[in-house]
Design a protein around this ligand. Structure first.
Ligand code: PLP
Length: 383
């Protein structure tokens, strides 16, 4: 039995069956490349689901983790953490938001936002978009669209869902009693949907008119993924709350909820907390990852490489190519899961978000030749 088959057998006995996994076990990575336990190399256009934005094992991140791990790993939030403050200051500068609450994942950052909203507004009425994905914890799940995800776990505090990118639908749904509207600036799990230019601005206006809070879930769109630091920067809109995770800490688990000045003092001592959140180790890694994005011009690179990737995908003459920066969706007319399997066998990791949609969120360090290779593999399969 090869190593992977053995791991698969043991996994089925020891780990709950909640994931649909590709039949490979990745053991090493560098930049946009990864290797499996059998020694096969892949170009990684999944990047840990938009986590490894600076590439696998970026030297600066590795160095920062090594240095911090030898000094201090964890202290809890019972004590002041110097680099947590430095990171919060960096996030303030980059996002234009005011204060941070640190947590450990995307769902937790949404959870924190929903708690803040509840305390600020005293209402549980939420509006979210059809196709939205905001996480799987019981609070966040109520704002995640896919009925199959929610159905087994009712009762939940479920949002009212309106079609994405339809301003009239927002006007009809957001009322005087609505606590908050939560939106992804570009929808990710739904298959990469970029809204019209005026949509997020209209959302801001409608929320202001009705007294509802506006949350942007930037868990996937943050940190250069869309060719700007944050997805919101394409529209110039400032939300009341912003949720972050995925790429923030260069591959380690971190979530952050940011609040605008108006709402940055709603949560007070005892209202929310997390043991691991914003540990010295996680913050060292995040500061290194953000430094790498900045110094290596990865936001601009995401814009350039993203537009190159989309142009090349257009040449394939498939149904539709969508995206912003290196957050790209491709609609095809054959089952996307089959394409993902065949691409894997040809050394390319892709991800399908729907029956006929491929999503590409490669590391932002990806190069032209690597993009060419992926498009060539896709062309061969789609022929
Ligand atoms: C926009 C968005 N919000 C929230 C989440 C949940 O993040 P996590 O899996 O870290 O809980 C995701 C994950 O894909 C996401 O894309």
């Amino acid at each position: 039995m090869d190593i992977t088959s053995e791991i698969m057998t043991r996994e089925s006995r020891a780990i709950m069956n909640t994931y649909t996994r590709q039949p490979i076990c990745l053991v090493r990575g560098s930049g946009a490349r990864v290797w499996d336990a059998e020694g096969n190399e892949y170009l990684d256009f999944v990047a840990g689901v938009a986590v490894n934005s600076v590439g696998h094992c970026h030297p600066r991140v590795v160095q920062a983790i090594k240095a911090q791990v030898e000094r201090l790993i964890h202290t809890s939030n019972l004590y002041y953490i110097e680099n947590q403050v430095v990171l919060a200051e960096r996030l303030r500068e980059l996002s234009g938001m005011d204060k941070a609450f640190f947590c450990n994942s995307g769902a937790e950052s949404v959870e924190a936002a929903l708690k803040l909203v509840r305390k600020a507004k005293g209402s549980s009425d939420l509006v979210a978009a059809v196709g939205s994905f905001h996480g799987r914890t019981l609070g966040a799940l109520g704002t995640t669209y896919k009925p199959a995800y929610r159905e087994p776990f009712r009762p939940l505090n479920e949002a009212r869902f309106v079609p994405y990118n339809e301003i009239e639908a927002l006007k009809a749904a957001v009322g005087r009693d609505t606590a908050a509207l939560i939106l992804e600036p570009v929808q990710g799990e739904a298959g990469v949907h970029v809204p019209d230019e005026d949509y997020l601005r209209a959302a801001r206006q409608i929320c202001d008119d009705r007294g509802a809070m506006l949350i942007f879930d930037e868990v996937q769109t943050g940190f250069g993924r869309t060719g700007k630091w944050f997805g919101k920067d394409h529209s110039g809109v400032c939300p009341d709350l912003m949720t972050l995770a995925k790429a923030v800490a260069g591959g380690l688990p971190m979530g952050v909820m940011l609040a605008s000045e108006e709402y940055s003092n709603v949560l007070q001592r005892g209202d929310h907390a997390s043991t691991f959140a914003g540990s010295p180790l996680l913050c060292a890694s995040a500061l290194a990852a953000i430094g790498a994005i900045e110094d290596e011009g990865l936001v601009e690179r995401s814009r350039e490489m993203g537009s190159y990737l989309r142009d090349r995908l257009e040449d394939l003459g498939q149904k539709e190519v969508r995206g912003l920066g290196l957050m790209v969706g491709l609609d095809i007319s054959i089952p996307a899961a089959d394409v993902v399997s065949q691409a894997r066998e040809k050394g390319v990791l892709l991800n399908n978000t729907g029956e006929e949609t491929i999503r590409m969120v490669p590391p932002l360090v990806v190069g032209v030749e690597q993009i060419d290779r992926v498009v060539k593999v896709l062309a061969e399969i789609l022929e």
